[in-house]
Design a protein around this ligand. Structure first.
Ligand code: DX5
Ligand code: ZN
Length: 235
């Protein structure tokens, strides 16, 4: 049974100060983050360009936190080996990317990393059904991929709930991640829908507030939110 796990938080470095990634990593560690989320964007799959394997490698050299590498790239096949060698623990492929995604998921496993799959807001969930038995993480996008700081799309809650049901039927644990617009206000809904891995960009690295404090606040909110739909108020 893959019941939801204790909630875990992965700050997304896309929202950090790229001129001080070491400081952002340190702050995440001090705030007891569970992992780091690294958004790789190629200007084709999404309009934005972020960073590639060299930056993943540099981050790897500064932390032992698990690195969750979210590949928003058109042709992942060309780069899987580089990202595995750079030290990505989980390599997450978009189901909408080019290539035989099932074969690529297996390739990630062969490279010694954990395979994950991400699905964009408008893609039918049936597309990931055949991949679920093969992956260690499913990311349900709650914004259109490409940029941090967007608003949470509420339809993600229904999608999280549906994926939660499929995962609950498995005999092993698979992380159910929510990525995009996760804030103190939206995280409880996602937790209620069954997410157990929370990618937080702006809500951790917002200007003017300490990431450590932001992480603590997010942890408090998540720890006090029960999984499952809100219970009926007493009569
Ligand atoms: C968006 C990325 C997200 C982004 C989240 O394409 O996949 O990981 O960094 O940032 P926030 O939490 O600010 O929406
Ligand atoms: Zn991401």
């Amino acid at each position: 049974m893959s019941a939801p796990r204790t909630p875990r938080i992965a700050p997304s470095l896309l929202s950090a100060d790229f001129a001080d990634l070491a400081g952002a990593i340190r702050a995440a560690e001090e705030g007891r983050a569970d992992a780091l989320h690294l958004d790789v964007m190629d200007g084709h799959f999404v309009p934005n360009i972020s960073f590639g394997p060299a930056v993943v490698k540099a981050v790897r050299s500064r932390t032992r936190l698990p690195l969750d590498v979210h590949l928003m790239i058109a042709e992942p096949e060309r780069y899987l080996e580089s990202f595995a060698k750079a030290g990505g623990d989980t390599l997450v492929l978009h189901v909408e990317s080019q290539g035989n995604i099932t074969a690529l998921v297996r390739r990630v496993r062969d490279l010694g990393a954990h395979p994950g799959i991400a699905i964009s807001p408008d893609t039918p969930l049936e597309r990931i059904a055949p991949l679920i038995p093969e992956v260690d993480e499913v990311i349900v996008m709650s914004v259109y991929p490409g940029f941090s700081g967007q608003s949470f799309l509420p339809q993600a809650l229904v999608r999280l709930g549906a994926v939660r049901k499929s995962l609950d039927r498995l005999a092993r644990s698979v992380d159910l991640s929510v990525d995009g617009g996760v804030t103190l206000e939206t995280a409880p809904g996602a937790r209620g829908a069954g997410a157990d891995f929370f990618v937080c960009g702006n809500s951790v690295y917002a200007k003017g507030q300490s990431p450590q404090e932001n992480l603590r606040a997010m942890r408090n909110v998540l720890d006090s939110t029960p999984v499952g739909p809100p219970s009926d108020p007493p009569h």
